[in-house]
Design a protein around this ligand. Structure first.
Ligand code: ZN
Length: 219
């Protein structure tokens, strides 16, 4: 019997640790980890007609509509070799996008990292990123040696304006409204793998590996 290949997406709210878990999983399974942001930027760099429209949306700060996002993802994903499996992060973000993806690239596992809003807020508020070199500090667990100064490049660390508790809660509300319905969508397809993300990175990874193994996915 040939090995069951993971054709997966990973989703969850900001602060759920999906980036970290996605990277760990991609390393373990030797899977390409495909971030939607990179694909989006590729399309813009190429200057295709879709890329040009996307650029207008980015400039205006408006959310790109599903049709545009789908078009770009279809174009970019087609160019990749995904026959040995893949892990998508950041796409789909809506049920309409998930429906589209299912037609062009069927998913057999949707990993949902679930955390409470309070935990997401707590985590996001304890994080700060250097605006210069992009190093991320956790003010609780791994603060910079000198308060307010990046240990790597000496840059001044300050919280981004959109990292206030109010702004974070607004983004979480949007997430619940737009993206969380994916859980129901993939459950109905028999492809949902839900996991509680409010534990240590190592523990969540371990539980995830066990759940995947139960479904027949092994590295
Ligand atoms: Zn820095």
């Amino acid at each position: 019997m040939s090995k069951k290949r993971l054709r997966a997406i990973i989703f969850g709210p900001q602060g759920s640790g999906k980036g970290t878990q996605g990277q760990l999983l991609s390393d373990k399974f030797n899977l390409p980890l495909i971030g939607s942001g990179v694909l989006f930027r590729n399309e813009m760099t190429k200057g295709t007609s879709l890329g040009k429209i996307a650029e207008e949306y980015v400039k205006s700060g408006c959310l790109a509509p599903d049709e545009l996002v789908n078009g770009i993802m279809a174009h970019q994903l087609k160019a990749l070799n995904l026959k040995n499996g893949f892990l998508l992060d950041g796409y789909p973000r809506t049920v309409d996008q998930a429906n589209f993806l299912q037609r062009i690239l069927p998913i057999n596992c949707a990993i949902y990292l679930k955390i409470s809003d309070d935990e997401a807020v707590r985590r996001l508020l304890s994080r700060i990123q250097c605006p210069e070199c992009k190093t991320v500090y956790n003010l609780v667990e791994a603060p910079p040696a000198q308060e307010g100064i990046c240990s790597v490049c000496g840059g001044h660390l300050h919280r981004r304006e959109d990292d206030t508790e109010d702004a974070i809660r607004t983004r979480l509300t949007n997430y619940h409204f737009m993206t969380e319905p994916l859980a129901r969508y993939y459950r109905q397809k028999g492809a949902l793998l839900m996991i509680k993300g409010d534990q240590s990175i190592e523990y969540v990874h371990e539980v995830l590996m066990k759940k995947l193994a139960k479904l027949g996915f092994t590295p």
